[in-house]
Write a protein that binds this ligand. Structure first.
Ligand SMILES: *Cc1c(COP(=O)(O)O)cnc(C)c1O
Length: 363
């Protein structure tokens, strides 16, 4: 008998699982506390939840027995109004994660590569590896800005695309328009992931008309609190969008996500007020964290803050936080040794994180 695993494609067999966030119950069990006591600041989620209009709209919607529109007509129309770009340049996806995957399936062949300035989220490398592609990681400089010369030097004839997040996750800083233009000039596909746009207001969306090789990604997961419903979008050249529409899974965005997106856009003032509250809380949290001796805090344009803990103590402090029911994202890679990333939550959550860190660091 052959082992069925021998039939798997070698690059799929070797794949490492993407490390996502655990459900609330799992975190609560780990800490031995009830789920409602958990301080969940490891996924950059919105602490205010979705708009109340979303809850209302989903509760009264009558047509979940119907398939969603494969051409995304209404969805692309409302997104066109929101983004002020023509509908034929927009494709909606099951989270921006699906757009990352679709772009790679459109452009990246076996043995070809993408370039990523690191550290950054794992999704780009993960999706490239699913396609049988290779990843060229180029370290960012000491303040986590993209090292343009090193990045350009990493491009070779097998390079198809570069993926960068602006603001970047987990470093919180944006990429300059000059840097992005330098990358666009290479003619490779340049994907600018603007997941955290609403927290900083800096965008390269207007460059899509100028560069057919630019794709800008946005999502409703973070600013609009719809992470669990999975809806993101890409803005790109209309021919690329047409190709993406023709290759995507026909019903990729579910009707609940569509209903929620429309309700969110109708309640934009509420959601943008909450974004403002998060931005203010970010400032307050940075100030408090900076007051803890031994912790280095990085500036942030997003809804999270990257901190370097005292040398050699990252694991111990991270675990101490977990035992108190406080879950941050912990990094211990060569580039991010003893680092944690804390999402900006509610003021009382900030206060608990700061108090716990003071206690743990001072030990
Ligand atoms: C959270 C995040 C995503 C994922 O967004 P979804 O729309 O929820 O798939 C993509 N890129 C970056 C940089 C992120 O931080």
């Amino acid at each position: 008998m052959t082992d069925v695993r021998d039939l798997l494609l070698p690059h799929i067999r070797q794949l490492k699982t993407y490390d996502g966030v655990d459900p609330m119950e799992v975190m609560a069990q780990q800490a031995g506390i009830p789920p409602e006591k958990v301080i969940r600041l490891n996924g950059n989620e919105n602490p205010f939840g979705p708009s109340p209009e979303v809850v209302r709209a989903l509760g009264s919607f009558q047509h979940f027995n119907h398939y969603p529109d494969p051409d995304q007509r209404q969805l692309r129309d409302v997104l066109s109004g929101y983004l002020d770009v023509p509908a034929e340049q927009i494709v909606a996806g099951n989270g921006s994660d699906e757009l990352i995957d679709m772009i790679l399936r459109m452009f990246l062949g076996t043995g070809e590569n993408i370039v990523i300035p690191t550290p950054t989220i794992g999704m780009y490398a993960f999706s490239a590896e699913v396609c049988g592609g290779k990843v060229k990681a180029v370290p960012r400089n000491e303040i986590f800005d993209i090292d343009i010369d090193a990045t350009l030097a990493a491009f070779d004839e097998d390079t198809k695309a570069i993926f960068l997040a602006s603001p970047n996750n987990p470093t919180g800083n944006t990429a300059s328009e000059a840097a992005i233009r330098a990358l666009l000039a290479t003619g490779k596909v340049v994907v600018v992931d603007e997941t955290y746009y609403e927290f900083c207001g800096q965008t390269v969306l207007p460059l899509v008309d100028e560069y057919s090789n630019l794709v800008v990604l946005r999502t409703f997961s973070k600013w609009a609190g719809l992470a669990g419903l999975r809806i993101g979008l890409g803005v790109m050249n209309p021919d690329v969008a047409l190709t993406m529409m023709s290759m995507k899974s026909p019903y990729n965005v579910n009707l609940a996500a569509e209903v929620a997106l429309i309700a969110s856009l109708n309640d934009r003032p509420t959601l943008l007020n909450r974004v403002q509250a998060i931005v203010q809380e970010r400032k307050r949290m940075i100030g408090l964290l900076e007051g803890i001796p031994g912790i280095h805090v990085w500036p942030s344009q997003a809804n999270f803050i990257l901190c370097r803990l005292p040398e050699g103590r990252g694991q111990e402090i991270f675990e101490g936080l977990c035992r108190r029911g406080i879950f941050l994202r912990y990094f211990n890679t060569p580039q991010l040794r003893d680092y944690v990333r804390a999402s900006v939550g509610l003021p009382e959550e900030t206060d608990q994180v700061v108090a716990a860190l003071k206690e743990l660091v001072g030990d």
